[in-house]
Design a protein around this ligand. Structure first.
Ligand code: PLP
Length: 421
């Protein structure tokens, strides 16, 4: 089940959209299929991957961690070394290049924490495309570092004031924009979900991760026992797993956000949680966290990228067949894993990716020494310093913020601001 069957993965997926979106989705599907058979397009993408994104990313042997944990040898796929700091650029760049090929001049995207917005804004800057990022007003307020970066890349960040003013509402707003401007505009969806053909497109552009892992493991004689990835919408995990889905081994493990506990509103466990239900939302059928009336429930996770009530349809299907196992990781387990790999390997995981790290720590002993566990480090942790610092070093961080506020209020940066005028 590596591709959809006419937009479906078993009983999940589909294209549950308003009539106005059917034509742009059909056109996108046709253009994508053409591009994937066009050597010029594929070569251009290959060069961008090499020189701009920085591929291939290393498959790093975490020797110290392996020794401490006992059992399997631990390897880390360092997606966080990709330009812009995470795997999101693989998809954003692929789709923007496709949009350009289709003659579109304008790109829109949704973003929650800002990581997909950042990657899309960077891709647009490189390819010379006009870029608008829809972002919930609340997310704009709490994710200022990413908003600032998007603006530096020349994107317009459009705050969304409807609904809960977060990711779900940003998706709705982007869909509305696309429905109104399908001829000039492409909507770059950020994860392996949404109406067909997006789950197929996003998986294809992310599967470069898994293809590299397969090649790297083969070249170095690494026998893979298990592969572990964190699962938000599912793009880094499905791309990482893709070349292995139709094989019996290795074990494929998806780590969901367990938040602070099992109760409703405390986590984002769409596959393993209490409130997990089948449903249709935002154009596709999958598993969601829903109440009895089919309304989306609130979710919680320390990692913004995993804090979403839905999961990609292909992952839902592969969870159902049992090919992918799902596990739920608490916030505090992710934080401990983050500290563990930082201290023992000098590698700083993004909070999302630290969920995969924690899952690997849990199963290391179940797998024999002559086999490997490969962790997909979907992103690096620099972006999380505003979340991790108040936890790991609360007092010092507060002092820093006070001092910064005083410095800015004292007008010390006025000279630079004048120069920029
Ligand atoms: C967005 C994000 C995720 C979650 O998204 P997926 O589509 O599930 O991959 C995970 N890790 C990082 C670093 C992210 O930015």
């Amino acid at each position: 089940m590596t591709h959809s069957d006419n937009g479906f993965f078993e009983n999940f997926g589909g294209k549950y959209v308003a009539e106005v979106l059917r034509r742009p989705l059909d056109e996108l599907e046709a253009a994508f299929n053409e591009a994937m058979n066009d050597q010029t397009f594929l070569q251009e993408l290959e060069i961008i991957r090499r020189d701009y994104i920085g591929r291939e990313t290393p498959l790093y042997y975490a020797q110290n961690a392996s020794k401490i944990l006992g059992g399997a040898q631990i390897y880390i796929k360092l997606e966080g070394l990709a330009n812009t700091g995470a795997h999101k650029i693989n998809n954003a760049m692929g789709q923007c290049l496709l949009a350009k090929r289709m003659g579109k001049k304008r790109i829109i995207a949704e973003t929650g924490a800002g990581q997909h917005g950042l990657a899309t804004a960077a891709a647009c800057a490189k390819l010379g495309l006009d870029c608008t990022i829809y972002m919930g007003e609340i997310d704009v307020r709490r994710q200022q570092p990413n908003v600032a970066a998007m603006e530096l890349y020349g994107a317009k960040v459009q705050p969304v004031t409807s609904g809960s003013r977060t990711l779900k509402d940003a998706v709705n707003e982007a869909m509305r924009d696309w429905a109104a401007n399908p001829d000039t505009t492409h909507y770059v969806l950020g994860s392996a979900l949404g109406p067909a053909p997006f789950p197929d497109i996003v998986r294809e552009f992310q599967s470069v991760i898994g293809r590299e892992v397969k090649k790297q493991a083969l070249e170095r004689g690494i026998k893979i026992g298990a592969m572990v990835a964190c699962v938000g919408g599912g793009s880094n995990s499905i791309g990482f797993f893709e070349p292995f889905i139709n094989e019996k081994s290795p074990r494929l493990i998806g780590a969901e956000a367990g938040g602070i506990g099992p109760e409703i509103g405390e986590n984002a466990s769409r596959m393993t949680g209490n409130a997990s239900r089948e449903g249709i939302m935002q154009g596709y059928k999958s598993r969601f966290l829903l109440d009895e009336d089919g309304q989306a429930l609130p979710t919680r996770s320390i990692s913004a990228g995993l804090d979403y009530c839905g999961i990609g349809p292909q992952l839902a299907a592969l969870g159902q067949t049992g090919r992918i196992e799902f596990t739920s990781i608490l916030d505090k387990e992710a934080l401990l894993a983050l500290q563990f790999f930082a201290k023992n390997e000098g590698i700083l995981f993004a909070l999302e990716s630290a969920h995969a790290g924690a899952a690997a720590i849990k199963i290391a002993k179940e797998i024999p020494e002559d086999k490997a566990i490969i962790i997909n480090m979907s992103g690096r942790g620099d972006k999380d310093v505003f979340i991790t610092s108040p936890i790991f070093r609360h007092e010092k961080w507060l002092e820093f913020l006070h001092a910064e506020t005083a410095r800015l209020e004292g007008g010390k940066d006025i000279h630079e601001a004048e120069v920029m005028k």
